[in-house]
Structure formats: structure tokens, C-alpha cells
Design a protein around this ligand. Structure first.
Ligand code: TRP
Ligand code: SF4
Length: 405
């Protein structure tokens, strides 16, 4: 398999600009990024073109969401010196790679991506029978391949997109590159031609590759045509070897599955903006405290004197994230015996959430005062990304015979 060894892997992930982030994003994605940034070379980007694939009718909110999200990344501890942060649409090379890959992508591959039909069903109020929406997983493939990323941290719902990316890379390499171990295989094939021919091939190959001797190339090709003792595969290999082909141009990435966030929403369902059950990273402490105080508890615990069951209570899910064993024992015992009231029970959660948010909010407040700095961080990230993207694109253009210089 043409995958990148994990220890050298570059990590890449994107997030759609959805505005201010909440605790679900923090526990589900950002904490993971923050760990990865110290272990790998990381690229994290704002997927604003991806947002357009579903929100093309009302794009005006996207830019605001972009900056709010970047501030939250930084406030949460994503660090611009440890990771490259950039905006997708500011690195236009993604678009050219998307176009070039579209030439070799069978329509069926895109139609079969599960999110295609799922999202169309889910977002019925939007017309998603568009070219952009169908092609969106391919745009994601371009996002990944343009950095030759080895590892892509994603949630379960995105694994199919990384799998598609692998198929695209394989197809690209098959069409325009060569398999791994290619050099050795080509060398073996060369030897199968017999000593004399093998030596002649070697001389001609060098004359072509080192001196650009076109005549040598012609003679070597003719030599290959006349060989009776080698297989078709070996002959194809030697043709590639002769011209200096044989590289894996686009390595296949691996998904780095992010464990589903256990962060519950205020109603016990998954925390999500569409459920209206979130605590935003920048909600002020009074709002956070009020939200937690008024969140539902075990509905069968109507009066203070009724015993309850934490298993039926959303507050318990918060304790599972924020409380140590002592507090958890205190909750279990106190709830089941009506020894504690629900407000008592919520207090350690309120304290823990406020404590978690305090440093994040302090950093966010500083960043809000320095929009220029935030813009500079992104500008630098854009440039670093562009440099790498340009290199890959040069190789790709070359592989696809679009080298006019
Ligand atoms: N499609 C992803 C999402 O909706 C975002 C994304 C775009 C992405 N390009 C990517 C994630 C590349 C990982 C790698 O969440
Ligand atoms: Fe929920 Fe705690 Fe009240 Fe029990 S005591 S119902 S766990 S809030």
C-alpha cells in the first residue's frame, strides 16, 4: 500500500465555519488537535468552500463565522507555532487539484458516498442537487492529497471520505505513477533481458536521463519492444523506469478516527447547535451558570424528597466528564437516597465547567482585541500551505502532461 509511514505523517484536518464553537467541539475535536499538534506536523484549515456547497444561497455569514471559529481555535489552545492554520479558499491550489482529479473520478464513486444521499435527505429545505455538492467529497480529497497528508483526524461520518481519497490516489498513481518497490522490480526486469541487453539498456537510460539524449531513448524503447523473455508488466515497468517514472505521486492517507465526543448537551442528547442544547466556549459565566442550573434532571424526581436515578439524568453525564470518583460516589448515593438536592448536585459541574472555560475565555477576550494578529496568523498559515500545495500541484501537472514550461 502506498501509505505514508505514521511517524513521518503530516496531519491535516478541516472544519466548516459554523461560527462560535461549543463544548462539544472542544471535547470532540479541539482537544484532539491540541494533542496532535505536538506530535506531528499539523495543518488545520477553515473549510469555507465546503460551507458553500450547502449554504450557497446565504454566504454572507461565512466570513464572520470564519474569524469567530479561528479565535475559538486559538483560545482553546490550538497553537499557531505548533500547527499551520489557514483558510481553504485562500489556497486556490485546492481548486485546481479538485478540477484535475475530477477528470479521473468516476461519477459512481461520488454518488455512492453515503453522506451524499443522507445530507440531501436531512437538509430537505435546501436544493442540494448541485454539481458542487456532489463533488464535495472530491474537494475534500484534494484538500488532503495536496499536502500529501498521512493522517486525517475525522469523526465516524467522514471516514468514507478518506476512503474515497485513498481510491482517488490509487487511481491517480495507477494512471500517472508507478507502484512502490518499483525501482527494485524494474531492476529485476532489466536483468531478465540477459546480461548484454541489460547493460545496453542501462547505458541508454543514463544517456537519456543524465544528458537528455533523445536518440538513446528511442533506441532503448526499440530494444524493449524486441524483448521476448519479459512479461507485459515488466515491459511497462521498464518503459517507466527508462523515463524516470515510478514515483508514488499522491500517497494514500489514513483516517485517524476521533472517538465520538461524549460531551452531552444540556438535554442529554449529543451537544449540537441544531438541538439548541449547547454551551458555547464564549458564553459568559452567568449564562453558563444559569443554563446548568435550569437544565433538566431525572424527570421522576419531582420533589426534593423523591429519590432519583442518575442513569435517567443528563446532569450525571456531565459528572462522568467533569467529576472524580469521590464526587461521583457522592452523586450516586445522594441522588438515590434523596440525600442531596439537584442544585447541590449541579454545583460541582457548574464549578468545573466555569473553571474549564475561564482560561479559554481570557485568551478569547485578548484575541478579540487583536483582530490584526489573528489575521496575521492566518496569512502566515496560508503562505506556508500555499508553498506546499504549489509543489504538489507542480508534480501533478507534470504527471498529467500539463508541463508547458
Ligand atoms: N468535510 C469535513 C466536515 O464537514 C471538513 C473537511 C473538509 C475536512 N476538508 C477536509 C476534514 C479534509 C478533514 C480533511 O466536517
Ligand atoms: Fe440528576 Fe443529580 Fe438530581 Fe440525581 S441529584 S436527579 S443525578 S441532578
Amino acid at each position: 500500500m502506498n501509505t505514508v509511514p505514521a511517524q513521518h505523517a503530516r496531519v491535516l484536518s478541516g472544519m466548516r465555519p459554523t461560527g462560535r464553537l461549543h463544548l462539544g467541539h472542544y471535547h470532540g475535536v479541539l482537544k484532539n488537535w491540541i494533542e496532535l499538534q505536538h506530535e506531528y506536523e499539523c495543518f488545520f484549515f477553515v473549510a469555507d468552500w465546503h460551507a458553500l456547497t450547502t449554504h450557497y444561497e446565504d454566504p454572507t455569514l461565512i466570513p464572520e463565522s470564519v474569524w469567530e471559529m479561528v479565535i475559538d481555535w486559538l483560545a482553546a489552545g490550538v497553537n499557531q507555532t505548533a500547527a499551520n492554520l489557514f483558510i481553504q479558499s485562500q489556497v486556490q491550489e485546492h481548486a485546481e487539484l479538485h478540477l484535475l482529479l475530477s477528470m479521473i473520478t468516476p461519477l459512481g464513486w461520488l454518488e455512492r458516498v453515503p453522506s451524499y444521499k443522507d445530507q440531501q435527505e436531512k437538509l430537505k429545505e435546501r436544493d442540494l442537487a448541485t454539481y458542487g455538492f456532489l463533488g464535495y467529497p472530491l474537494l475534500q480529497a484534494a484538500d488532503i492529497l495536496i499536502y500529501k497528508a498521512g493522517l486525517v483526524p475525522v469523526g465516524e461520518d467522514q471516514v468514507a471520505h478518506v476512503e474515497l481519497t485513498r481510491e482517488i490516489a490509487r487511481r491517480f498513481n495507477h494512471l500517472y505513477g508507478r507502484e512502490p518497490g518499483f525501482e527494485e522490480k524494474a531492476e529485476q526486469a532489466r536483468k531478465k533481458m540477459g546480461k548484454k541487453n541489460a547493460r545496453m539498456f542501462d547505458r541508454l537510460r543514463r544517456a537519456y536521463q543524465e544528458q537528455g539524449d533523445d536518440e538513446a531513448l528511442k533506441v532503448a524503447r526499440a530494444l524493449l519492444e524486441t524483448q521476448q523473455n519479459i512479461t507485459v508488466g515488466d515491459r511497462e515497468r521498464l518503459f517507466g523506469y527508462l523515463e524516470g517514472g515510478g514515483r508514488v505521486i499522491l500517497p494514500e492517507p489514513q483516517p485517524l478516527l476521533t472517538r465520538a465526543s461524549k460531551m452531552p448537551g444540556l438535554d442529554g442528547q449529543k451537544m449540537s447547535k441544531s438541538y439548541g442544547n449547547t454551551i458555547a466556549l464564549r458564553d459568559d459565566p452567568a449564562t453558563v451558570e444559569k443554563a446548568l442550573r435550569t437544565m433538566p434532571t431525572d424527570t421522576q424526581r419531582v420533589r426534593r424528597t423523591d429519590p432519583g436515578d442518575p442513569e435517567r439524568c443528563p446532569v450525571w453525564k456531565f459528572h462522568e466528564i467533569y467529576s472524580d470518583d469521590n464526587v461521583k460516589d457522592w452523586v450516586q448515593e445522594g441522588c438515590r437516597t434523596a440525600g442531596i438536592g439537584c442544585l447541590d448536585c449541579k454545583q460541582p459541574v457548574i464549578d468545573a465547567v466555569l473553571e474549564e472555560l475561564r482560561p479559554i475565555q481570557a485568551r478569547a477576550a485578548e484575541l478579540e482585541q487583536q483582530p490584526e494578529m489573528v489575521r496575521n496568523i492566518i496569512n502566515e498559515g496560508n503562505e506556508t500551505a500555499r508553498d506546499l500545495a504549489r509543489d504538489t500541484l507542480d508534480e501533478v501537472r507534470h504527471a498529467m502532461s500539463l508541463n508547458y514550461r
